[in-house]
Design a protein around this ligand. Sequence first.
Ligand SMILES: Cc1cc2nc3c(=O)[nH]c(=O)nc-3n(C[C@H](O)[C@H](O)[C@H](O)COP(=O)(O)OP(=O)(O)OC[C@H]3O[C@@H](n4cnc5c(N)ncnc54)[C@H](O)[C@@H]3O)c2cc1C
Length: 372
Amino acid sequence: MEFAITIIGAGVIGLAVAEELSSRFPQVLLLERNAGFGQETSSRNSEVIHAGLYYPEGSLKSKLCIEGKWLLYDFCRKYDIPYNNCGKLIVATSEEEIPVIEGIRDNAIRNGVKDLKVLDHHEVAGMEPNIFALKAIFSPSTGIVDTHSLMKRFESNILINNGQIVYGSEVTAIKKLEKGFEVTLLDADNQYFKFTSRIVINSAGLTSDKVSEMTGMQDEKLKIHFCKGEYFRINPPKNRLISRLIYPVPHNNMEGIGIHVTIDMGGGVKLGPDVKYLDSNTYDYKVTPSKQDAFWRSAYKFLPFLKPDDISPDMAGIRPKIQRAGEPVRDFYIMEETDRGYPGFINLIGMESPGLTSSIAIANYVLTLIRN
Ligand SMILES: Cc1cc2nc3c(=O)[nH]c(=O)nc-3n(C[C@H](O)[C@H](O)[C@H](O)COP(=O)(O)OP(=O)(O)OC[C@H]3O[C@@H](n4cnc5c(N)ncnc54)[C@H](O)[C@@H]3O)c2cc1C
């Protein structure tokens, strides 16, 4: 059996890529080892449509996030996907934090995000009367999206485009051929199955390094390091005291952007995620109840109404980081691998935040790589 294009991994990025490519080419196949789409990182995140404020100037993260947010808003409007362009406040709670938020504004302006507003204490109180901030930056283009509905729409569009999706199929080997690749998968009946594909796109999230290595490519710099983020939720009725996303100033090396407050389309309010590199790459989604006090202390600085028992353990996700703990921030790795001797193999590795926001822009970027 022969396919033109095979995409490995049906998270939000693999789905977006398959949607775009199946609208342009025949014989597009999307493979997923789980029984359905988006059961890993794509369903364990903050669901924020990021504005593109923090990422280094000229990086793919910056470019694809800024392009991607507008494409995502358009897509949501076109297909009636629930979203809320609620905006976000980045708050300074001490004098020392004021230059930090001003630095974020300056970086955002260099990246082309020009709609930020600096608010004083009174203006913040007018928008969010229940929070504390000496000063804040308001980002009007930030929002939230119902990620499940988004992925469901991508899935439907792929099928409408005559693309094929096979769940319960884990890719176990990839062999380079003279033209294209032979892909081996283990199907839902525990049977091995081989086929060929001219182009293979590795969108395998937390195991994208392993999938790349199946071809024979080895690169220590592209090893994934699992980095867990846990969330607590604000219990009702206090969840109703917030109507926007509220972020403190980020950590220095951008391992995470600080324990922040996100709202979701169902009216829930979450604190998190924190940042913890896991010693081994295990799928550890447990939430640690003993962190409750630490979460409360981080959030109490800007949510003065919060008492320690107003929050409860919620959920956890794992970031597929290519930067090790303490290393400077790394960009998305999106590469057509001709230079390494694998023409037609496209790697997407280290697709952490803002991968959801950027998903449609990433799909367009992959299309350009294929056309080139
Ligand atoms: C805590 C946290 C918060 C985040 N918050 C945000 C946010 O607010 N906004 C934002 O824009 N981004 C956010 N992100 C990032 C975003 O969630 C990811 O960038 C995005 O979900 C990645 O999608 P993906 O398709 O690459 O990966 P995944 O969702 O991990 O999908 C990869 C898929 O590949 C499959 N797969 C792996 N190996 C194989 C194989 N051998 N064969 C077949 N299938 C395979 C897996 O089963 C999986 O379904 C956050 C991430 C985390 C962890």
